[in-house]
Each structure stands twice: as structure tokens, then as C-alpha cells.
Design a protein around this ligand. Structure first.
Ligand code: FRU
Length: 488
């Protein structure tokens, strides 16, 4: 039996052997993409191909015993109902022995073509990275390019931390940005071009630590995305090695974006600075695609490397975020849940004109675990307005979202959320809060402030009986125009 078949058989056996155990977990998600067993991390190869959306993900079915990284695969007609597909890539060849690492997809003359990083470690643990191609005519079975790798070495002056190619087409050429580390241990993103996806030429550095307006900014930059929106070029990247600065950079690794103009001759992105894309605890390595409606769509890993989660007892961990549409508003990226998600809404419960004054209230029917909640605010004159989600009956367990008017600071506090990691994440708003939309699933909250001006994304692990929602106002009045909840 060939290597690929052996690996696939072993993976499918693992999925089957653990299916019952995985499904016993109360923290299994209802409407998010999650692995059938084992470890999921980055979304890969996000694309609309022949009218269907495909997304792949970094998938190690054997976690925690072994690390063998495949590409899992799901597809959907509507970005909402996802169908599980056969594993797309398995690490069967010499150039990917330690994993088919992250990469992206492109429609190359009717072939769904993937470019990804083959990760290899020798007996001493030294790393080598190879950039590889695989393609499919039906979008289901993928064949690796026989002359892989198409880039067999990182450029001179860089270390083998060279990975995560993200492709796009422009004027009959293919371009690619890739995460890199210079030999003086500075994180960088590099731009390449190719006429045919096989022969690649380096153009130059796009952005990174000690480039342009940025000073020291991390020892490695991973998982880049580059796209054009409203005549601006936006680079999303994930720097590793930033120290926390007050409200900023409090996760282990960061994910943010830079808005500017890309010079396709030199590779340089002239931008004004790095802005965190999401303010929550669990958001890393997102990937974008542009669909036939010209929307910039994003899905992200709802996780962070190196953190433990209660679901590991059931042999699975992590999920992807909901798909979001990106908009550029006054130089800032806003993330808006895609319109298609409205199709999931059922059992509407709505209230209008509610006034909360120095009190904590709950509203009949506004409670639950799996829902889409939308709060429109008329005005806050209270010092603090807060929402407690997934609240226990005795009030001890809850996840807090609160807005402090004098400092225009919004925070998410999961110190009392139940099992799992704790902490607080905060950010400042430019205006008051006028809209809060929250998607709650069995073990996550995605919180969209003011049409996605700021987003807090995180996993939480409360008790199944913690279902209440409470709203409060301290030192003053909060006027709510409407509050609507739909079960999902
Ligand atoms: C980001 C990352 C990528 C890499 C992949 C491996 O989470 O480290 O840089 O390709 O995960 O699974």
C-alpha cells in the first residue's frame, strides 16, 4: 500500500474510533466548523469554486499522541451549511514529512489549485520548508504536482521559518505573499510573482519588523493575506513575539492588518501602522477570499497556539469562526457576519424601548445557548452598561461584556465563564456603542460591536444550565431601542 493510502486509512480509522466519545462532549459546537476528532488550527484554501465555497483546515487527527498534519475539507453552497469532504492533503512525500502546513487556493483555468508549505524536520529537529502545489478538477480529489516543490528553499538571508503562501491573480500574473523570518530573527512578509504557479520570482519585502513605520515587531510573521479594497491594499498578518502594551497584544500571538498601497515592483507596502483585527481571546491565522459578489470574506481559527481546552478530554479541540465580510470604513477594517447567516434564525423574540436605570434586568425569552442576539442602543448615559451572557441561576457564572462611557472602553471578561482559560480583553471605541450582535454557540461567543467596528471572538466553557442573559446599567440610564433574539 502506498504511503498516502496508509496515512488516510489511519486517519479515517481514528475518526471512526473516537466518533462516539467526541460526540458526548457538551462543548461540541452546533453551527461552527470543527474537526471530527483531534486538533484543528488554521483555515486554508478558502475559495469559491464552481459556485461552491470550499474551506480547508490544518488537521491533526492523532492529537495529542502524535503530530501528523493533514488538510481537512468542507464545502458549502451558502457559507452556512457545511458538508464534510474527504481529507484533501496528507503528508505522504519527502517534502512534507512533518505536515502539509498552511496555504491557499486559486482557480487556475478551472482547476482548484492549492499552494501550501511542506514542513520537514530532520533527526536533529532542524526545519526545512518547501512550497508545493496540488490540484483538482472536481474540487474533491487532489493530486500533488509531480515536480513538487515549486520553491525548494527560502531566499538568502532568511531562516526556514518560511511558510503559508497566499495566492491571488492580477493582470495575468500570479502573486503570493508568504510568512518569513530574516536571519537576524525579524518577522517579515515577502512578495513573489509567477506566470504559471510553478516558476516563482521573489519581488521583495512587503512589511515586517523594522520595515517602514514599524520598529521591532516580532521574530516571525505567519499566515499573510493581501487584498485590494476600495482602492487600498490591505495586508493581514500574524506577528509572533510582541509584548503586551496596555490593552494591545495580550494574546500569545497577534493578528492584525495594515492599510496602504502595494508597490508591485518592489513589494513594499506603504502603510501607517498595525491594527489588531479582533480584540478577543481566540482569533488567529485568518484567511480571506473574494467571491463572485466581490465580497472580501474571512474565516479564522477560533483558537491560539499552545492553549489547553476542556474538550481535549473528548479528544478534539478548536473550531473556525463564522464567515465574516470585510469592509473598509475610514481606514479601518470592519468585520460583519455574512448575510447568509440570517437563514439560521428561528423563533424570534423581540422587545422595544427598554430603559435600564441603576438595575440589572432579564427579559423573558431572552436566554439560551445557541442564538443570534441583536441589541440596538438608543443612548447610554450610564457610567457602565453591561451584558452578562451564559449566566447561571445563582449568578456566579457568566461572561461579561461591558461598556464604560467615560473611557469609551469595551471589555470582555471571562474570569467567571466556567471551565477553561480566564482573563479580560479590552479596547477603546471611537464612538459610543449603538449596536451589539452576539453569536453564541455551545462553547463560543462572537461579539460584533457597531456593525463590526470591533469584534471580540472567544471560546467559553460554561455549564449547560447557564443560560440566562442579564443587562445592567450602573450610575445612570441605558436606553435600548430594540433587543432581538433568534435561536439557531
Ligand atoms: C499558524 C501556523 C502556520 C503553519 C501552521 C501549522 O497557526 O503555525 O504558520 O503553517 O500553523 O499547522
Amino acid at each position: 500500500m502506498n504511503m498516502e493510502r496508509q496515512l488516510l486509512n489511519k486517519a479515517y480509522k481514528r475518526i471512526k474510533d473516537y466518533e462516539d466519545l467526541v460526540n458526548q462532549d457538551i462543548f461540541r459546537q452546533e453551527y461552527h466548523i470543527q474537526p471530527p476528532v483531534g486538533f484543528l488550527n488554521d483555515p486554508n484554501g478558502f475559495i469559491q469554486f464552481n459556485g461552491e465555497y470550499h474551506i480547508f483546515y490544518q488537521f491533526n487527527p492523532f492529537y495529542p499522541e502524535e503530530k501528523t498534519v493533514f488538510w481537512g475539507h468542507v464545502k458549502s453552497k451558502d457559507l452556512t451549511n457545511w458538508q464534510s469532504m474527504p481529507l484533501a492533503l496528507s503528508p505522504a512525500n519527502w517534502y512534507e514529512t512533518h505536515g502539509c502546513y498552511s496555504g491557499s487556493a486559486i482557480d487556475n483555468e478551472g482547476k482548484l489549485t492549492l499552494m501550501y508549505t511542506g514542513n520537514v524536520k530532520d533527526e536533529k529537529g532542524n526545519r526545512e520548508t518547501y512550497q508545493c502545489l496540488a490540484e483538482s478538477t472536481n474540487g474533491i480529489e487532489f493530486t500533488k504536482y509531480p515536480n513538487n516543490p515549486v520553491i525548494s528553499h527560502q531566499p538568502q538571508g532568511y531562516t526556514p521559518h518560511f511558510r503559508d503562501p497566499k495566492l491571488w491573480k492580477k493582470d495575468n500574473l500570479c502573486y503570493m505573499v508568504i510568512g518569513a523570518q530574516s536571519i537576524d530573527k525579524q518577522g517579515k512578509i515577502i512578495l513573489y510573482k509567477s506566470p504559471d504557479l510553478k516558476n516563482w520570482t521573489m519581488i521583495g519585502e512587503v512589511a515586517g519588523s523594522n520595515i517602514g513605520v514599524l520598529g521591532n515587531f516580532g521574530y516571525m510573521w505567519e499566515c499573510p493575506n493581501l487584498f485590494n479594497i476600495d482602492d487600498k491594499d490591505v495586508l493581514i498578518a500574524c506577528p509572533q513575539g510582541l509584548e503586551p502594551e496596555g490593552m494591545l497584544y495580550n494574546n500569545l500571538y497577534q493578528c492584525g492588518y495594515m492599510v496602504g498601497k502595494l508597490n508591485y515592483k518592489t513589494g513594499f507596502l506603504d502603510h501607517n501602522g498595525f491594527i489588531e483585527l479582533d480584540r478577543g481571546f481566540d482569533f488567529y491565522a485568518p484567511q480571506i477570499t473574494v467571491d463572485d459578489k466581490n465580497r472580501i470574506l474571512l474565516m479564522s481559527w477560533m483558537g491560539m497556539p499552545g492553549e489547553e481546552h476542556p474538550s481535549e478530554k473528548y479528544h478534539w479541540v478548536h473550531c473556525l469562526t463564522l464567515p465574516r465580510e470585510l469592509k473598509l470604513v475610514n481606514g479601518k477594517i470592519h468585520q460583519i457576519p455574512v448575510d447568509e447567516l440570517k437563514a439560521l434564525r428561528k423563533d424570534e423574540i423581540a422587545y422595544e424601548n427598554i430603559i435600564i436605570e441603576n438595575e440589572e434586568i432579564s427579559l423573558e425569552g431572552i436566554e439560551g445557548i445557541k442564538f443570534d442576539l441583536e441589541i440596538l442602543l438608543e443612548g447610554i448615559s450610564a457610567e457602565d452598561f453591561g451584558i452578562k451572557m451564559r449566566c447561571s441561576e445563582n449568578g456566579d457564572e457568566y461572561t461579561l461584556i461591558s461598556f464604560n462611557l467615560p473611557s469609551k472602553t469595551i471589555l470582555v471578561d471571562r474570569n467567571n465563564s466556567g471551565q477553561g482559560l480566564k482573563g479580560v480583553r479590552k479596547c477603546k471605541l471611537n464612538s459610543d456603542v449603538f449596536k451589539i450582535q452576539i453569536f453564541s454557540d455551545n462553547s463560543s461567543l462572537e461579539i460584533f460591536i457597531n456593525h463590526g467596528e470591533e469584534v471580540f471572538t472567544q471560546r467559553i466553557y460554561p455549564d449547560v444550565s447557564s443560560k440566562d442573559i442579564k443587562l445592567y446599567s450602573c450610575n445612570g440610564i441605558t436606553r435600548i431601542k430594540s433587543i432581538k433574539k433568534w435561536n439557531i
